[in-house]
Ligand binder design. Structure first.
Ligand code: PEP
Ligand code: MG
Length: 325
């Protein structure tokens, strides 16, 4: 089965009736790159940079970060790499950067909130990413955005990083696309406003589901309540996509939901053709896309929007998935 799937690595990801889906990889290290390329990823849709900061005793320097980002960007060649700025806090801690003990770390000092308070760390990372952008198609993505102010503040620091590189005579892509993760409910509700400030959206369903349903993604006791196929999530996906479409910016998905082949009808129904997932999911999802008729999938998606419960939606999508085998 695994060998059979591997034959699909070089096959284009397209439905039976000709709808193309772009499948990219989520990676957390340079090591994973070879696998991503081997399995035919068309880009890196999410590079989780926090792993560069973990398992060490000090913050990585600009040069150290640049070296890693450059390697990733270069290896992807013409395919694009979305580098997400530091997303620590929540469940991820650094030994050398003690964060205050918090009662609700997932509602606490995390991701862009840390970056905007420790601006020197943020600027160093942005500078390293900009330098890498001279070596291949690079995009910057901010995590945990909840307001327009955060995007503007982050962009201000980005401009500072650019000015610094200009002064040093170091090249970078001055038109580097800068996007935001949509993973906080407020970001969904103001997606139209955020779209005005962003070059692209990437939907982070892992956190979005946690925050929309108020279900801690790490808490096993309530894991049965963590429902990506909740009607509230489906409606939010629609809001995000409509806002992006209205502003004419691209939207992709990089949460685990993208790696669950049962979700394919939802993306086809919404007109989202850009998915990023863990490497282990790439070929499985591609196999499913190759065996899907987009027209049928779209009508399944329409049915989903008429259902009132997660159980019914999940069942419909599971049945649709199994009918195509
Ligand atoms: C997400 O929240 O969906 C996501 C892709 O980011 P992470 O899992 O790293 O929080
Ligand atoms: Mg997230």
């Amino acid at each position: 089965k695994k060998e059979q799937l591997e034959l699909l690595s070089t096959v284009e990801s397209v439905t039976k009736d000709g709808t193309h889906m772009r499948l990219s990889a989520n990676i957390s290290s340079v090591k994973e790159l070879d696998m991503a390329v081997k399995y035919g990823a068309l880009g890196v849709g999410l590079f989780r940079t926090e792993f560069l900061y973990m398992d060490r005793s000090t913050f990585p320097s600009e040069d150290e970060q640049f070296e890693v980002y450059r390697q990733v960007v270069q290896k992807m060649g013409g395919r694009s790499t979305v580098i997400r700025t530091l997303d620590i806090g929540g469940d991820k801690q650094l030994d050398y950067f003690p964060l205050p003990q918090e009662d609700n770390p997932f509602l606490g000092f995390r991701a862009i909130r840390i970056s905007l308070e420790r601006q020197e760390l943020f600027q160093t990372q942005l500078t390293a990413i900009l330098r890498a952008s001279a070596y291949g198609k690079t995009k910057i993505m901010y995590p945990m955005i909840s307001s327009v102010e955060e995007v503007r503040q982050a962009n201000q620091i980005l401009r500072r990083a650019m000015a610094d590189l200009d002064a040093r005579g170091i090249p970078y892509d001055a038109d580097i696309p800068v996007g935001v993760m949509i993973e906080i409910p407020a970001a969904v509700v103001i997606a139209d406003l955020l779209a005005e400030e962003s070059d692209f959206f990437s939907i982070g369903t892992n956190d979005l589901v946690q925050y929309v349903l108020a279900v801690d993604r790490m808490n096993e006791q309530i894991a049965h309540m963590y429902h990506p196929y909740h009607p509230a999530i489906l409606r939010m996906l629609r809001t995000i996509v409509e806002a992006a479409r209205h502003a004419k910016i691209p939207v992709s998905v990089c949460g685990e939901m993208a790696g669950d082949e049962r979700s394919i009808p939802l993306w086809l129904g919404l007109g989202v053709h850009d998915l990023s997932m863990s490497i282990q999911s790439l070929l499985r999802v591609k196999h499913r896309i190759l065996n899907t008729t987009a027209a049928e999938a779209k009508s399944a998606a329409q049915q989903c929007y008429k259902l009132a419960t997660s159980t019914e939606i999940e069942k419909l999508l599971t049945d649709f998935n199994e009918s195509g085998r």
